[in-house]
Design a protein around this ligand. Structure first.
Ligand SMILES: [Fe+2]
Ligand SMILES: [Fe+2]
Length: 444
């Protein structure tokens, strides 16, 4: 099957080519950059089975090209790809073997049209489905992806860019990141399978042992982002709970095998994306260190803190929220109440706590830490604005560690030790007061 694409915008021509190759890998595709170029290419090709053409192009537009093509190829299907109404252009009046695809288009629009023309049947437009965003780095970890992967091209349109079983390697990551695409989509109905596959591939003992220590943290952060999405969609389904438990025990084991804290200040400086997910890992590391220095380091306490660190922001689904949370430290809570996003942020400590209460294996007190993680040492936090003495010691340690992490996020050049020394007065009431020197020791 010979296909000619006539399009002056290279990205659009590329996309058309990718889509057609997905379902018709054997297609021989030629790209022309305008009407004149197309006529030359037709001359060389001699026969063409399908012509996809833009309308507005330099040299010769799609309408004039159509009239010329009809003189030499009277029955070749000519598919005009444009957001304009073809009826507006006189060249197409009474045209036969003529079709139209609206921009932006999906792979189904394009390939559906080819199938329709080939078989003479009508193809109904695809039903709208739900899709879930997945970071391309996460896709790379999976390597071979068992489900189709889509690109979002408008609020309702998704196009298939990878078939199930495709290898997602460095070249794929580059192909998308070069176009500033950092997330692709999978269908919601495939998500649970995707998670199972992720567990099997990434956390199988063999795979996990091969991963470098530094990279483990990134993987666990990716995984938290997945757990968050999954828990919001499915609640604590068995697949989600297994993934979360695996993540938590991996974090605990990771901390046992290496005193990762020595690298904490370096870690605080990297990874500006995935903020929500990676700050959870950093929190776990810091809290483990603080708990040890406070002589709280029983297995049970570490487990509670780890559960809380990983789950506390699970109700927030966007890295934007990580920035908004830092706003709240400046006492700008009330301004957020007016928007849906702001309300979600205000209620995430209660919602997150509720979610863990529905999880039978979650240790006790985790819900308390999550509920209190935005309370403040000066009583001006949310959701309750608790006086400091009503805040539990574990919550207080949690709050202080998270303050340091957020400080490092909004002010990457800050000397954290000087900052923390300057906070002495702010943390001068119990239970913060007794934890403060132990946390300070870490920076000394
Ligand atoms: Fe947080
Ligand atoms: Fe939070």
């Amino acid at each position: 099957m010979k296909v000619l694409i006539v399009e002056d915008e290279i990205d659009v021509a590329d996309l058309l080519q990718i889509f057609i190759s997905l379902d018709f890998p054997e297609a021989e595709i030629t790209i022309a950059s305008n009407g004149e170029d197309a006529l030359e290419k037709i001359n060389i090709l001699r026969s063409v089975d399908f012509i996809f053409s833009d309308f507005n192009m330099p040299k010769k537009n799609g309408g004039d090209l159509f009239l010329e093509v009809r003189k030499i190829l009277p029955t070749t299907p000519f598919i005009l790809v444009t957001s304009e109404d073809p009826k507006k252009h006189k060249q197409f009046a009474g045209a036969s073997h003529f079709y139209h695809i609206d921009k932006p288009f999906s792979d189904k629009d394009v390939n559906g049209r080819i199938i329709q023309i080939q078989s003479g049947i009508k193809v109904s437009p695809s039903k709208s489905r739900d899709y879930i965003p997945i970071g391309i780095e996460t896709l790379k970890r999976l390597y071979k992806i068992g489900t189709a992967v889509y690109l979002k091209i408008s609020s309702e349109k998704y196009v298939k860019v990878l078939h199930p079983g495709t290898e997602f390697n460095d070249a794929e990551v580059k192909r998308f990141s070069d176009k500033s695409i950092h997330e692709l989509y999978i269908e919601k109905i495939e998500f649970e399978n995707f998670i199972k596959e992720f567990r099997k591939t990434v956390f199988s003992r063999l795979a996990w042992e091969k991963v470098k220590q530094e990279e483990k943290i990134d993987i666990l952060a990716d995984d938290i982002a997945l757990i968050g999405k999954a828990a919001r969609i499915f609640g604590w389904s068995p697949a989600v709970v297994s993934l979360a438990q695996e993540n938590i025990s991996n974090v605990i084991n990771l901390l046992k095998t290496e005193p990762t804290f020595s690298r904490i200040t370096d870690m605080l400086k990297h990874d500006k994306n995935k903020k929500l997910a990676s700050h959870s890992i950093l929190l776990t590391i810091m809290l483990t260190e603080v708990a040890t220095r406070m002589n709280w380091a029983s297995q049970g306490t570490i487990e509670k803190l780890t559960f809380a660190a990983i789950l506390h922001d699970i109700e927030l689904d966007d890295d934007l929220f990580a920035d908004k949370q830092t706003l709240l430290m400046a006492g700008e809570i009330m301004t957020l109440k007016e928007t849906a996003e702001g309300n979600k942020l205000l209620s995430h400590p209660l919602d997150g706590a509720q979610l863990t209460l529905n999880w039978p294996m979650c240790p006790s007190d985790v819900d308390i830490i999550i509920r209190q993680h935005h309370e403040r040492p000066d009583g001006r936090g949310f959701p309750l604005g608790l006086a400091p003495f009503k805040i539990s010691p574990l919550s207080a340690a949690f709050i202080m560690c998270e303050d340091v992490i957020y400080k490092s996020m909004i002010d990457p050049d800050c000397n954290l030790k000087n900052y923390f020394v300057g906070q002495k007065e702010y943390y001068s009431r119990e239970p913060f007061k007794s934890i403060y020197p132990k946390l300070l020791e870490i920076f000394l």
